[in-house]
Design a protein. Sequence first.
Length: 325
Amino acid sequence: MKYNSEPAEKFWKSLFHRLPLAVLVIALRLPGFCPSLFAQSPNPAATGPARDNPGGFTPGWTLGTRFEGSYSGDGGVYDLGSALGYNFSHHFGIDAGLPLYFVSSPSTIKKNNSGAVSGIGVGAFFTDLRLNYPSKSLNYSSAIRLTAPTGDTKKGFSTSHATWNFANHIDHAFGDFSPFLDAGVGNTVMDTRFFHRPFITFGYNAQFNGGVEYDPGNFSFSASAYDVAPWGNQTVISRVFRCGASTKCNAGGATKNRRSFTTASVSAGAADLVRDNGFNAGIDYKPAGSLDLEFDFSRSVPLQLNSYSFGIGIDLSWLLRPHVH
């Protein structure tokens, strides 16, 4: 986007010096930085790097804090936190974080399972290896995400397995319009800025998202269609149905019910259990260089589910780069 970050940095520096040191310590410990500071649409390597920084990454330390999530008829999934990283060059960087989740279950689930509300919990520790190669002819960025099973599986905050995802993004700008394509592969279906799913998965899959972004200034607008193409055995772990003493933990045997996450904590089945497709739309607004606000919508066709998402992100990298003004 087109903006001047200097007034924003002066504002945040002034605000920071007025806050107690304890607030900064808390901010640095908040888990769950969402990858959207270097772009999260629909995976850790989306449109941000080339669009926001035509020269590539800014070498040095990076720090960001973000609160985001999705609400749908199947519940609300939100995460909050920070991540610390380092850009070794204009083209390669690494960062790491630990999400803190807030989950609410709808009344339709709580009616039959009083302990269904997953509540608060720490998710899987992650690290991202990022590449960024902006070009006038074609912008390309990619990321490899690795996670450790640090979250509570009974709450749907971890698959109990280490996971990996390899994501790629390409785009080309025609004036203010930028057609883009995201493609990735991994052993879990990643959340996106458009859709924080009420469940997590374990099993091989490929994810695709293609569309166009219109970026005339501080506001940008995007529309796209997505597809999740899994293969092999799949496991679905619910975030909105908690496994309790008086409730069924496992769906039992292989199931084809794509909505089994509303009635059981763990479900297993073939590829069709996770297969998904639909469309997304989003609005992003940067009132200042370090602040990012967004609102998104996603429609899952197989689940017949509408999700409404938001994101509030603050880039705090200037705290670690005092020489940059």
